[in-house]
Each structure stands twice: as C-alpha cells, then as structure tokens.
Ligand binder design. Structure first.
Ligand code: CDV
Length: 311
C-alpha cells in the first residue's frame, strides 16, 4: 500500500526587525490553518522563522543578540503554534535560533525541529554548514553566521515520523552533497529544508543572477541522487536592507519540482507525496549499498580539501 504524506511548504515573506514574535507566530498559525484546510499532514516553515535574519548585522550588545534566540522550545511566544498544531492534528517543522546553557557555557545554534500531530518534538537538527564570516569584512553587507552560531553537534539524524523516514537540513547545508548523502545512507524519504538566501552580499553580480537557478540545482540533485523528497522553504522578499530569493519548492525523488511558490510573500504550496516514490531509485539506479564504491574513492574522503583564503 502506498504511503502518502501531504506536505505544505509555508514560505514566509520578510520579517522586519520591528515585528514581534506574537505577530510572526500569528502568520505561522494562519499558514498552518491553510495547510490544514488543504488536508496536509505536516507544514514546513523556513530557517530562522521567528525573527528577522539578524546575522546581516554586527550586534555587539549581548542582551540585544540574545533577544533573537529561544532558550526553550516551546516557550510562551511559540506555544500558540504548538497548541494550534495539536488542535488541528497537523505536524510542523520550524527553524529558529537556540541558546543552551551547558557546563557554565552559553551555546548558540541555528536549529530546526519537527513536531508530530500530537505536538511532540520528534526530531531536532542543528545547522552544520555555516556560511559567511565571524568578523566584519570590508564590504558594506555582512553575513555573520559564523560569529553567532556554533557548528551543529547532532549530525544529520534521520528519524521516524508521519509513516516514513524524515530528515532536516538548514539553508547553506543544501549546497553540500554530503548533507543529503549522510541522510541518504540512512534511507531518508523526505528532507525538510528552510532557507534565507540573500543576494548582493558579496557584490558578485554573476552569482546573484544565478541564485534561484543554483537553489533549485542543488535541491533537485540532492533529491534525485538520494532518492528522496525534498521540501525547501524560503523566507524571502525585501527584509530590512536585504533582498532574499523565494521559489520555495517541493521536489520528488525523480528530481522534478512538483510544486513551487510564485510570490515573495507568505504563501502555502502543497503536494501529496508518495513516500514509496523513491523506492525504484533506491533499489536500482541509486542503490547506495550495491553501486557506491567508497573503498575506491581514496584519500579524498578523508581530507577537508584545499582551503582558499577569503578576500
Ligand atoms: N542562511 C544561509 O545559509 N544563507 C546562505 C547564503 C549566505 C549564501 C545560503 O547558502 O543560502
């Protein structure tokens, strides 16, 4: 019997600095209700969904910086989303910034969770591939994720949920084949990915004009080469000074885009995903156990690769 998961990608328009959590959570609840109206089992929200994308700024005041992070999940601000999910019987995946206190140390992560239809957290991931710099560079636009987040320490877990094997990745992770392969080797059937992708930060117009193409290129390749659904969800539009790409999409294990957003605002797109659609690839073309040859790849898998200094 086919295993279907009806999934919604809930793309968000910009969240300005002045917008508080209560207002953002209301937007998320509205999109969750719309997804429920479409009969969805789960709704996927973007990376860092609760606030503006603050790594575009140098923030030196610790209290101000902390205000962008959650110290518990759920918490009073986000509880309405958990309550609505439980009431409607719909799951969700949410990206947010996390502070944990461990051994007297404050640790900061760019995190994503998956919540089931009863409101329980069933999966957690902390972003591994951290783009940008830790120090301000000599260009007018900054991307300081390396300053504000530690590298995730949970690996790429694959967990059971919604009748299948699920995984998560966050934004820049989607550009790295290892992300999907780590989960592909665990038999993942659906990878949920949130992103905030600004253009113009490195003043490379050649790259900027290809940003949406590169977005889909890596997502579609990751999906197909690992025989998995990919649900990729943007926060987009003009957020403060930053222009961020949209084109949120749902991609089948064939690599085909089966649904895509058409605005740069809050928008829900939906697809009924057959989790067995990856099976014919998993058994044959991309049978990882049968056809991969890691023992012949040589030292290249052991090394970090050449390092090109940042300008
Ligand atoms: N939030 C991100 O990880 N954004 C990066 C940008 C900065 C390149 C991305 O890969 O989309």
């Amino acid at each position: 019997m086919a295993r279907f998961v009806k999934v919604a990608a809930a793309q968000m328009g910009p969240v300005q600095r002045s917008e508080d959590r209560a207002s953002v959570v209301k937007r998320l609840v509205r999109m969750m209700q719309e997804a429920h109206g479409w009969g969805c089992d789960i709704v996927v929200f973007p990376e860092l969904a609760l606030t503006t994308f603050f790594p575009r700024w140098l923030i030196e005041d610790e209290d101000e910086l902390d205000s962008y992070y959650e110290t518990a999940m759920p918490n009073t601000d986000v509880q309405p989303l958990f309550d609505e999910a439980k009431k409607l019987g719909i799951g969700f995946c949410l990206g947010y910034c996390e502070i944990v206190h461990e051994n007297g140390r404050k640790r900061r992560f760019n995190t994503s969770i998956t919540v089931d239809k009863s409101g329980e957290i069933i999966g957690k991931y902390r972003k591994i591939h951290m783009p940008g710099n830790s120090e301000v560079w000599d260009k007018p636009a900054q991307h300081l994720e390396k300053r504000y987040f530690e590298i995730g320490d949970l690996g790429f877990p694959v967990f059971e949920g919604f009748g299948g094997k699920l995984g998560m990745a966050i934004c820049n992770d989607r550009r790295w084949p290892e992300t999907y392969r780590c989960m592909g080797l665990q038999g993942v059937e659906m990878v949920m990915i949130g992103y905030n992708t600004p253009v113009g930060i490195d003043y490379n117009f050649d790259h900027d004009v290809l940003a949406s193409f590169h977005n889909h290129l890596v997502l579609q390749a990751g999906a197909h080469q690992n025989s998995t659904w990919v649900v990729a969800v943007a926060k987009c539009g003009i957020e403060e000074s930053s222009k961020m790409i949209g084109q949120s999409c749902i991609i089948a294990p064939s690599g085909e885009i089966v649904a895509m957003s058409s605005t740069l605002g809050d928008e829900v797109i939906v697809h009924k995903c057959d989790l067995d659609a990856g099976l014919s690839y998993k058994e044959d073309l991309f049978n990882l156990g049968l056809h991969r040859r890691p023992e012949h790849y040589g030292l290249i898998v052991e090394t970090a690769g050449p390092v090109t200094p940042q300008k």
